[in-house]
Design a protein around this ligand. Sequence first.
Ligand SMILES: [Zn+2]
Length: 114
Amino acid sequence: MIIFGTGSSTIAPQKLDKGNCPHCNTQNNMWVQGYKKYVHVFWIPFFPIGKKVYTVCGHCKGAFEKREIQNQELLENFEDFKRSHIKTPWYHFIGLIILAFAILFIMAMPYLAK
Ligand SMILES: [Zn+2]
């Protein structure tokens, strides 16, 4: 029986404002996509363990990770985009939230019983 493991949720592709493709040099047709990974226990997401985000060219379909981007404009746009648009959803922490409440409850028990 599988009690815990990892899961992932995909980040829907979104278009970047600016940037040229490092491969075919097409202008302003770069997309950002990727996925987020989390640890689950009994299929409840517990905590995030990272994400993979990369850019994809809308023309040649080439995918580029951060370290493969030499173009400064594209790199800056990509970093800005990640900072402002790609956040870890709260429900990736739901297991931890449940655990925190359980611990609080157990700690409060002696007081509640009085
Ligand atoms: Zn391209």
